[in-house]
Design a protein around this ligand. Structure first.
Ligand code: HEC
Length: 186
């Protein structure tokens, strides 16, 4: 609720302050980026380019074994790390395959990962200032085919996902040791 109130206040401020000086188009672009902490055009475009950039990540040399995990991640997961280039800029990237479904065990998943791959969650450390309060991480949740998944309210899960909310990628990963939002190195 508090989030929604804040959103409408920002909207009003943008409308009042920006409209006289800028074209409607510019004001609209500005609004969508300012109002939505995630799922806006720039974040979706970055997430699409990222999916192409991480192609082949299952062959990256730095990866975990398959291991058991908990909701909201899959029953079993495997993480991969590398540096990839998006729009000519190199970024640290952690890709996590999430496995679930009937019959999923450590053995069946390891034997036939594609049968159980349910979604792919990725963290990218963006340029300084992207999200200063949250270590500049970009969060995205893809389906196994690379389609960006959406929230119940239809927002694309890409960008500063659920920033400012009490649940979601940022709120939960804020509990990781060392303040880096990453659990596996704790
Ligand atoms: C309720 C808590 C919670 C939420 C919400 C959550 N995660 Fe995680 N995530 C974890 C935990 C705990 C781990 C470490 C254990 C594991 O790997 O399952 C983890 C691990 C990861 C990793 C591997 C790097 C690391 O920190 O160890 C990635 C990548 C990741 N999560 C992405 C995401 C994305 C993207 C979202 C949102 C779409 C998300 N997570 C939402 C708890 C959460």
């Amino acid at each position: 609720m508090r989030f929604q109130v804040a959103v409408s206040l920002v909207l009003m401020a943008v409308a009042v302050v920006a409209l006289p000086a800028w074209s409607a188009e510019e004001a609209t672009g500005m609004k969508s980026e300012m109002v939505m902490p995630f799922g806006g055009e720039a974040d979706v475009a970055f997430a699409k380019a990222l999916w192409t950039a991480i192609d082949g990540y299952r062959d990256w040399p730095i990866a975990s074994e398959y291991y058991a995990s908990n909701a909201p991640h899959g029953a079993f997961v495997k993480i991969h790390y590398s540096v990839v280039t998006v729009d000519k800029t190199p970024y640290h990237v952690i890709v996590k395959d999430n496995f679930a479904g009937e019959g999923a065990t450590l053995e069946t998943v390891a034997e036939n990962p594609a049968d159980f791959l349910s979604w792919v969650t990725v963290m990218v450390q963006r340029e300084a200032g992207y999200d200063r309060e949250n270590n500049d991480w970009f969060w995205v949740n893809y389906g196994p085919d690379g389609m960006i998944r959406t929230t119940d309210t239809g927002m694309a899960m890409a960008g500063r996902v659920a920033k400012g909310m009490s649940m979601g990628c940022i709120a939960c990963h804020a509990n990781a040791g060392g303040g880096d939002y990453v659990f596996f190195n704790d």
